[in-house]
Design a protein around this ligand. Structure first.
Ligand code: FAD
Length: 285
């Protein structure tokens, strides 16, 4: 199928993009990497009258560190998230990156597009949740800083208001006792996750504390499994795996039953918990 007719604008500033979105209301949408939006247009799942291309706006891409925070600009391509700085400061993101689709999609798709789209089977939203990230959003009148905990509201649904643009994602730099874990199961490498888990914690003499378990592919949004995290902090991995039955709501589709996804989530949790007890490693290590 081909996309329906639409108008196209390539503003050279954030203000100009915001003005276009304000003028055209819900008939206009931002265009970032186009890896999801163009597919939706071609399938006529989305029929906006105007695409506001963010690609010519200076200052929206790049990775930097200041004041205990790593800031990743919204227009940073997935591939470009994998800087030396991110590998050093945010190894969780570096571990998640190779799981995002395939090289061609990673070359164009952006972190801002991914969090704005909020596909529940994707890696960046779960990493944001696990790492306690803040989503920076610019509207026509003001900037908002939204905690990842409050940003992902449902299937392809976020706290973004019409006319707002995600400008960056900020990740707190983990402390010296920080550990992390990442694991994803998919049918083939690069496919959307059947089940994934991004996790962060602090590790001390008494075990893991401040554990955040962000599952993806197992509900209509990335999910923080709070009861399971508490059980693991108490040393009860089996109890944590049991608690997932209450905390996750996996989709039931003809190819992968909900019970299968729940089983896989428990498997993934067991692996990640074991690794985090011993150190910071992902399934590639
Ligand atoms: P676009 O497609 O340009 O936009 C997506 C949506 O977000 C649109 O509604 C757009 O209006 C809105 N938007 C974009 N940027 C902003 C912004 N800054 N502010 C406000 N709204 C904005 N992703 C994964 O994470 N993991 C995968 O395994 C994966 N597999 C894929 C496999 C295939 C075959 C394809 C086609 C895509 C896959 N993706 C996957 C999606 C890909 O990562 C996309 O790049 C991503 O979801 C959207 O980013 P984008 O920059 O391309 O956004």
């Amino acid at each position: 199928m081909k996309a329906p007719d639409f108008a196209y604008a390539r503003p050279a500033s954030l203000d100009a993009a915001l003005a276009l979105l304000a003028e055209h209301g819900t008939d206009a949408v931002p265009l970032a990497g186009g890896q999801s939006l163009v597919t939706a247009l071609n399938m006529r799942l989305s029929t906006p009258g105007l695409l506001v291309d963010l690609n010519a706006i200076p200052g929206l891409a790049g990775v930097s560190e200041a004041d205990g925070v790593v800031r990743i600009g919204a227009m940073t391509r997935h591939r470009d998230v994998g800087t030396a700085l991110v590998r050093d400061r945010l190894p969780l993101l570096a571990a998640a990156l190779p799981h995002i689709a395939h090289p061609a999609i990673r070359n164009r798709g952006t972190i801002g597009g991914s969090v704005a789209l909020a596909d529940p089977a994707t890696e960046w939203p779960a990493c944001c949740l696990a790492a306690g990230a803040t989503i920076l959003v610019q509207g026509p009148k003001a900037e908002r800083r939204i905690a990842a905990d409050d940003f992902f509201l449902g299937l392809y649904t976020t706290a973004l208001e019409p006319g707002e643009i995600v400008t960056a994602v900020e990740f707190p730099v983990p402390g010296p006792d920080a550990v992390w874990g990442f694991e994803e199961l998919s049918r083939r490498h690069g496919d959307y996750a059947l089940v994934g888990l991004a996790a962060t914690a602090e590790r001390g003499e008494s075990g893991l504390t401040k554990l955040r378990l962000a599952f993806f592919g197992v509900a209509d949004r990335p999910v923080l499994a709070v009861k399971a995290a508490a059980a693991i902090e108490a040393g009860d991995v089996a109890g944590a795996q049991a608690a997932l039955g209450d905390e996750l709501d996996p989709p039931d589709d003809p190819v992968t039953k909900a019970a299968t996804r729940l089983h896989l989530a428990r498997v993934v949790l067991g692996r990640v918990a074991a690794r985090m007890r011993d150190g910071s490693v992902s399934e590639e290590s």
